[in-house]
Design a protein. Structure first.
Length: 379
């Protein structure tokens, strides 16, 4: 992971985790608040029911003149107080605030009732329980555990999402890095040839045919690289027009004549009239990229054949060929089937874009070490 993708990864992770944890904390707090209110309400009615039962027993005992006996309740303490707030029955666990109907203090939930109506000289029924605090503690523990598990899950998901979303960027950066590397390599060859030819010409103080040919070939190579890069970055807005496509093909053959001669490649051209409605620059780019590739990947002392008619264009070579598993990716930008003769994988991408633009159809038949045949159908 390089510096750019690393920064993007951590920025995405920070934003995603930050927003997710804020949402998780808010949801947990809201849930805990709701559960606390529900638990307190439940405990209130439970203790209120106990106080009502005790008040009923007190009144009944007084009215029936029966002896009163305070029952015991699980996890609950009961205290009965007179009007002077002195304990008459039961026990107490803390000081009682008789000015409130109910409250919670030090994890003890207290409810105060005056339902006895001073029968048996009892004015207050105080019921206390720690169940509410215990229940709230369990709720907190469950929420913390659940939030921790969810947080771990969010972290795993966020890392996976970050890597998934950054994968196209990483691939594109890798493609650009390889493109820059390949472009540097591609430019190095013609530039070196130009420098050497110029140096030889200056030293000899004469210009023989070989020096001029080297300069011409290197200049054309540089121009082809420039044309491809310009087309990718600044596609021509040239208007379509009716042109004789066979003449464009013939001009391209003449343009590459010196490269054909250098590799001692013979070219057979079966020319028939072909009139197309296409931008001249795109027609030239289409042919130049196909012919340049055929020359580049052909063996020395081999042959290339070109057939053209109003229906289709066919170019065949006796080059290194393309593996079957590579045929589905050769039109992808920056994709290269092999490293036999350099290049940076934009030629066939340009061909494919032009073919699609004009509704043509392209077919490739290739065998390793036997050659490649490319057919473009114009209809």
């Amino acid at each position: 992971m390089n510096e750019v993708t690393s920064k993007s990864f951590w920025l995405f992770l920070t934003l995603y985790l930050g927003s997710s944890f804020i949402f998780l904390f808010s949801s947990s707090y809201w849930f805990y608040t709701a559960q606390t209110s529900s638990q307190k309400s439940s405990d209130y009615y439970k203790l209120k029911n106990i106080s009502d039962q005790i008040s009923t027993e007190v009144i009944k005992a007084h009215m029936m003149e029966h002896p009163f006996k305070l029952k015991s309740y699980d996890n609950t303490k009961v205290g009965l107080y007179d009007e002077n707030r002195q304990l008459k029955y039961g026990t107490k666990t803390q000081e009682i605030d008789f000015d409130k109907d109910y409250y919670m203090k030090d994890d003890i939930f207290t409810i105060i009732s005056q339902g006895t109506a001073d029968h048996l000289e009892i004015s207050y029924v105080v019921v206390q329980s720690t169940e509410c605090a215990s229940s709230l503690k369990k709720i907190r523990e469950k929420i913390i555990l659940s939030a921790t598990v969810i947080a771990m899950f969010i972290i795993v998901i966020s890392v996976a999402l970050a890597k998934m979303f950054l994968r196209p960027i990483k691939n594109k950066i890798r493609e650009v890095e390889e493109f820059v590397k390949d472009t540097t390599h591609e430019l190095n060859t013609p530039i070196t040839a130009l420098m050497m030819s110029t140096s030889r010409a200056k030293n000899k103080k004469s210009y023989d045919e070989k020096i001029i040919q080297n300069i011409s070939i290197s200049t054309k190579q540089l121009y082809e690289i420039y044309s491809s890069l310009s087309y990718l970055s600044f596609e021509s807005k040239e208007e379509d027009e009716d042109i004789m496509f066979d003449n464009v093909v013939q001009g391209s053959i003449k343009y590459f004549d010196e490269l054909l001669e250098r590799k001692n490649i013979s070219l057979l051209f079966n020319k028939n009239q072909c009139k197309l409605h296409i931008a001249p620059t795109k027609a030239k780019m289409l042919i130049n990229n196909l012919l340049s590739n055929s020359i580049k990947y052909s063996h020395p002392n081999s042959s290339i054949s070109i057939d053209i008619s109003q229906e289709k264009f066919i170019i065949k070579d006796e080059g290194i060929g393309i593996k079957k598993e590579k045929l589905n990716t050769i039109f992808k930008r920056f994709s290269r089937a092999n490293s036999y003769a350099g290049g940076f994988g934009v030629g066939l991408n340009i061909v494919d874009s032009i073919v699609k633009k004009y509704g043509f159809k392209i077919e490739i038949d290739s065998q390793v070490d036997a050659g490649t045949s490319i057919t473009i159908y114009f209809n």
